[in-house]
Structures are given as C-alpha cells and as structure tokens.
Design a protein. Structure first.
Length: 549
C-alpha cells in the first residue's frame, strides 16, 4: 500500500531551517546536553512542514500566512537577541503592554527596518520560488513526534542528573517548555534510583511575601525628602571621565557620593522595587499584586506627608506608581522628546517644592536622562550616551541651585541615584535587563543634607533603612552589608542571582525554584564549599526576603 506523501515547499522549509538554526545557535554548547536544542529544532521544523502542508491544501493563502508569521517570529527573535542578548519570552513581550512602551524601550528604526526588510524579502522570494518535493507523511509525523519525545526525555534526564551545562542551554532555548525538576526526578528515580537532596532547591509560588509595609514607621524627626532618580545612568563613565558630571560630583563634596553603588538589579521595575522597599526583587510580585502600597512613600503617607512626583515617563510601568506612590500628586510629561520631558521634570519639581507646605513633604523627580537611545541619532554611540549624562547633570545642577536659593533644601534630605545602569554598543549587548555586570548594575549615588552617617551604604537595599534612621524611625548604627546580592531582571521574579563576598563573586541562574551555579566567564574554577555556602545563603534570603545578608 502506497504511503501518503506530503508536499514540502523547498524555499519555505529551507528558510525556516536556516532561521531556526540561527535562533537556536546560542543554546548549543560543547556538551551532550546540546542534543536537546538539536532535537527541539527538528521538532519545530517538522511541525512547520506538517502545518504548512495541510494549510496549503485547505487554503493556499493560509500557508503563506503561516510562513509569514513563523518568519516574523524567528527574525524578531534573532534581532532581539543580537541587540540585547534577551530572547522572546513573557518578560520581553510584557514590555510592549506597558504604558509609554516605545519611549521606555527606546526603540530605534534600525532593528525595525531590518525586521521589515528581512520579512519583505522572504515573502517576495517565496512568491517566485515554487519548487517543492515529496516526503512520506507518516515518516515526517513519526520523526516530528520522536524529536519531541526525545528532546523532552533528554531534558528531563539531564535535569535528573543535574547536568551543569543545562542551565546555560536552557536560558537560550527559545520556544521550549520542559518538565519541572521535581517531576523529572519523579520520572527517573524509580528506574535509576533517587538523587540526594538538593540544597539549592527552593519551593515558592512565583512570589515571596513583602514585609515592606509593616510595622508602621514611628517618625520622631520629620524631614523633607527629595528623591531624584535618573533612568539608565551607570557610574562607569563618570568614574572614567568625571568631567561629564561636574554638578553631581560638586554637590557630592558637601555630602556623600559613591560611584560604586549597586542598583541590585538591572531593570526599572526591580531596581525601583528595591529602592523603595529595601527588599530584593524576589518580593516584587507580592508587592505589585498586594492590596496596599508598600515602601518609603507608603510609610510617609501614613505619617501625614505631602507626596508629589514629576515624571519624565509614566511610572505606571509595571504598576510602579500604584505599588510605591500612594496618595501622590503626580505630574507626568506628555512630550515625545526626551530633553523636553526632563526639562518638564525640573520645572515641575521647582514649582511644586517652592510652594509653601504646611506638612513635611517627599517628592520624586524621575528623569529620562541617558535612557536608550541616548542622542536620537543613528548609530547609537557611547559618546551620545555620555553627552546625555552631561545634559542631565547640568539640568539637575540648575534645579538644585534654584531650590537652594529659594531655601527649599533647608532641612531636606536629597538622594540622587539611578534605577539601573546600561550596556552600550561594543560591550556585548545594548540596553539593560540582560547581564548582571558592572555596566548594568553599578550606578551613582549622591546624598545631601544627611544628619546620620551614610558612608556605609552600598546599594539600593540600604536606602530605606537609611531614610528610616534619618527620620528617627530606626536606631542609628547601621553597618555595611558583608554580602551583596544582585538579582537578574525578569517579568516578576529574578531569573538569576550573584552573591558577592570578600571580593569573590558566585553566580546562579534560577529556574522553577532551582538555583544552578554558573561557571564564571573568567574560567577560574570556584571552590565547591563556597558555591554551596553562597547557594544556601540565597535560599535563606528567598525564604526571608526582609533579612539583610
């Protein structure tokens, strides 16, 4: 009996094969676990071939639409990863659903034109190249299902074996979902025997309870607070060339300035969470979906403070304003021009704070600053980024000068910092949210008007305890943290961590409740006992996020 055959469009199949190869290439490593992305790619290719064939039989245009959609997704994935080292996932797609998404993301025309040009070229070529060949339908179906079963089975087996090459492969394995480690061990343990308990396993429900809202602050020494946050301003450039930020450094001479301050995370919603709550981003989901606001402004609202903000871009981004700015009178710029937005913030801040206040006040001035794409010119350059730092520095300097002249800064605590850093062209990626490195997580910090020591502050996690001390709501005597934690950006829960102690750093990826030690880029082998100690410390912090390492 003759086996049913399917018609495979040569151009479309070859194009999808090439695009899949490029998209999955980052997941390949010199390891046996690379069989997983190989088999996963074969499954995706077989699925396309089958779906394309049957759609063309039903309605030829439907086949063209499927090819267009698949090509669009794959080309977008390739371009996104090329520019940012990120992948198309829930987090990246969620960015597009946020208010002022294009301004926040800083989308330039280069990747857009590249995407549209590539897609148009593929669609046009497909119209003129109609060659096809026949394959046995049952064989294609069997091969596709076999590739699926093997990719899932091997993935589960490597999870059971705790293969150390798997986390990096998994991080780059696009369009893939596999068994949880718990189920993988349940599948193979009856056959191969149980595995020893995993000290890096942590059971969580996608969120960890925030303690930032309790107990209520008892403020004994009310002070006015001006919090200035500049988006995407890293400290690296100011350290190397102090002339680009003379105002911040000059103001810092009369207070405290640090160019080694940690933003703890590498994106806005996580960085702002830690800045306002003093907690790791592990509690972000709980805070975001909670019934009450949390953090510094929430505590000040309970103590009768007048709360205001001036925002270059709306802080409705990931519900930041709803979560951390209760009872706040907000002024949000509607301009599409970054320079105009920042000018708006400076002018509104001066206008708001120069009004006579009958109550203590707290004000947030949120500047767009050197947020991507820096100078609105193509190509994006480090020079353009540094020029935006210079412009923002001058604007903040003018604003502070006017506030000082009017007497507004008397009895005011001023804190100037950034939500996260930035990585620039020529440094391996563009933007932030991708790598926990100095460029993306080390930001400036300037503190003015402090009545208590501030030289112990190392990161955003220290800002809330410092403010409490300044207001007499906590005892003095805070000390630097012996251990620093960095948390990698994702949708609502970090996908990676770094533990920094005594000059050593140990990195972990985090997936489905499991910490996986990540080999350092230097290639230097780390002591197993130090990896274990760092992992257990992280697990303890995840269980008690309000604790300080």
């Amino acid at each position: 009996m003759t086996q049913a055959r399917i018609s495979v469009a040569s151009f479309e199949a070859a194009t999808v094969l090439i695009l899949l190869t490029v998209a999955l290439q980052p997941a390949f490593a010199v390891a046996v676990a690379s069989l997983v992305p190989l088999l996963h790619g074969l499954f995706l290719l077989g699925s396309f071939v089958l779906a394309h064939h049957f759609l063309r039989l039903w309605y030829r245009v439907a086949g063209h639409l499927l090819f267009t959609l698949v090509a669009l997704v794959l080309v977008t994935e390739i371009i996104v990863h090329h520019y940012t080292t990120l992948h198309l996932n829930r987090f990246v797609l969620s960015l597009l659903a946020q208010p002022q998404a294009l301004e926040q993301i800083g989308l330039t025309w280069t990747p857009v034109l590249l995407l549209l040009g590539s897609l148009a070229g593929l669609i046009i070529a497909a119209q003129y190249y109609h060659k096809s060949f026949l394959l046995a339908g049952k064989s294609v179906l069997a091969g596709t299902l076999t590739a699926l079963a093997l990719s899932q089975g091997l993935y589960a087996f490597f999870l059971y074996q705790r293969d150390m090459s798997l986390p990096d492969i998994q991080r780059h394995l696009v369009f893939f979902s596999g068994l949880h480690a718990y189920h993988a061990e349940g599948l193979f343990s009856p056959i191969l025997g149980p595995r020893p308990a995993n000290p890096f396993a942590y059971s969580y429900k996608d969120k960890t309870a925030s303690q930032a809202g309790s107990p209520a602050w008892e403020i004994e020494e009310p002070r006015n607070i001006l919090l200035i946050v500049v988006d995407s301003m890293r400290a690296k450039d100011i350290r190397e060339n102090p002339q680009i930020a003379p105002n911040l450094l000059n103001w810092g001479q009369s207070g405290f300035v640090s160019l080694q301050h940690s933003s703890v995370s590498n994106c806005t919603h996580f960085g702002m969470h830690t800045l306002f709550t003093g907690e790791l981003p592990t509690t972000f989901a709980d805070a975001r979906h909670g019934t009450t606001s949390v953090g510094v402004f929430a505590a000040l609202a309970e103590n009768g403070y007048s709360l205001t903000s001036a925002e270059a871009q709306s802080l409705d981004w990931y519900d930041i304003a709803h979560t951390y700015l209760p009872n706040t009178v907000r002024k949000v710029s509607g301009s599409q021009d970054a320079a105009a937005r920042d000018q708006f913030v400076a002018e509104q801040t001066i206008s708001i704070l120069n009004e006579k206040q009958s109550r203590p006040w707290a004000h947030l001035a949120y500047f767009s600053g050197p947020h991507f794409f820096y100078d609105y010119n193509e190509p994006v350059t480090i020079t353009g980024y540094q020029e935006k730092i210079r412009e923002t520095d001058a604007l903040i300097g003018q604003m502070l000068d006017q506030l000082k002249t009017s007497g507004t800064l008397e009895n005011a605590l001023v804190i100037i910092t950034s939500d996260h850093g930035e990585q620039l062209p020529g440094e391996g990626a563009v933007g932030h949210g991708s790598i926990l490195n100095d460029a993306q997580t080390t930001v400036p910090l300037v503190i003015l008007g402090a009545n208590t020591p501030s030289n112990w502050i190392r990161g955003h996690q220290d800002i809330l305890p410092f403010i409490k001390t300044e207001l007499g709501a906590a005892p003095r005597g805070a000390k630097p943290q012996s251990v620093q934690i960095l948390a990698g950006c994702d949708y609502e829960f970090p996908n990676s961590f770094a533990v920094i102690s005594d000059g050593e750093r140990i990195d972990f990826s985090f997936e489905d409740g499991l910490l996986w030690p990540v080999s350092p880029a230097t290639g230097v082998k780390q002591a197993p006992d130090k990896i274990r100690d760092a992992g257990i410390l992280l697990i303890d912090l995840l269980k008690a996020p309000q604790a300080r390492p």
